[in-house]
Ligand binder design. Structure first.
Ligand code: ATP
Length: 267
């Protein structure tokens, strides 16, 4: 597994996440606080072991927010893609799941983030001629072994919640289900502001207004990121096209409203 070879605390902070207050709060309650204040959870008899399933359309911030939660909790983060785990000889996937949880226990507190968790938990006997029951069973065993799971928290992510085996969605397993929707008009403005951090945005730009434009309807966070990059690239080209060899002057150029207008026309 390429991504699985290391684990560390991600450097993504909540400042980089725009909007989605509801999801943010759920992650803070279920994950961050239970890592930071385990005694409080015990006191109220709230299980801190139940995992979270983040579901919703692609590119809306599931991975980003899982990382921000790990960062706030100062927990290690292991990013696993469901299909990567399955890309093994028969029997090896189970072993991989076991090794994964063992590694997470070694570096606890640790969050295991299962991206495309549906791949691991769908019975695909009809489609591909092979079944994923064995790794799924191993995953259920690991999730149920909550007592041995000290300091290991599980977040799953999927775009296809409907194909997930219901066994894994039960309380105690990935029992908290949180929708990560396409951003609202207001959230699009907040996402653009988060994405603008560190970029030379001209003060005349109103990102809240841009987020509300018709052309931005139904754009995901990933689409808005592309919009921001395109606008920056148009500004950069303009700065260099002026034939101004003076780098100092070019570094004073900013991203202007017209650059956003042009970038939006492309979408
Ligand atoms: P997938 O289901 O395809 O894995 P995802 O929901 O996990 O997608 P992310 O990988 O978290 O989506 O988001 C992709 C990129 O889109 C982020 O790296 C970020 O640049 C941008 N993005 C998405 N949502 C937000 C947000 N709420 N605030 C700021 N940036 C965002």
């Amino acid at each position: 597994l390429t991504r699985e070879g290391f684990s560390s605390v991600p450097n993504v902070t909540w400042d980089e996440v725009g909007g989605l207050d509801n999801v943010r709060n759920e992650l803070k309650n279920y994950v961050v606080q239970s890592i930071k204040n385990p005694k409080l959870y015990q006191h109220f008899g709230v299980s801190s072991k139940t995992g979270i399933l983040l579901f919703g359309p692609p590119g809306c911030g599931k991975t980003l927010m899982a990382k921000a939660a790990a960062n706030e909790a100062e927990a290690n983060f292991i990013h696993v893609k469901g299909p990567e785990l399955l890309n093994k000889y028969v029997g090896e996937s189970e072993l991989e799941v076991r090794k994964l949880f063992a590694r997470a226990r070694h570096c606890s507190p640790c969050i295991i983030f299962f991206d495309e968790v549906d791949a691991l938990t769908t019975t695909r006997g009809r489609e591909g001629g092979w079944v994923v029951e064995r790794p799924l069973n191993q995953l259920l065993i690991e999730l149920d072994g909550a007592d041995q799971r000290q300091g290991v928290f599980v977040i799953g992510a999927t775009n296809r919640p409907e194909v997930i085996d219901p066994a894994i969605l039960r309380p105690g397993r990935l029992g908290n289900h949180v929708l990560v929707p396409l951003p609202s008009a207001e959230d699009r403005g907040l996402i653009l502001k988060a994405l603008a951090r560190g970029k030379p945005i001209d003060p005349s730009i109103d990102l809240t207004e841009i987020g509300k434009r018709k052309a931005c309807e139904r754009l995901s966070g990933a689409d808005l990121n592309k919009l921001m990059e395109d606008a920056a690239m148009i500004a950069l080209k303009e700065a260099t096209r002026s034939g101004n060899p003076d780098e100092e002057k070019m570094l004073l150029c900013t991203i202007q409203p017209s650059h956003f207008d042009q970038a939006l026309e492309k979408i």
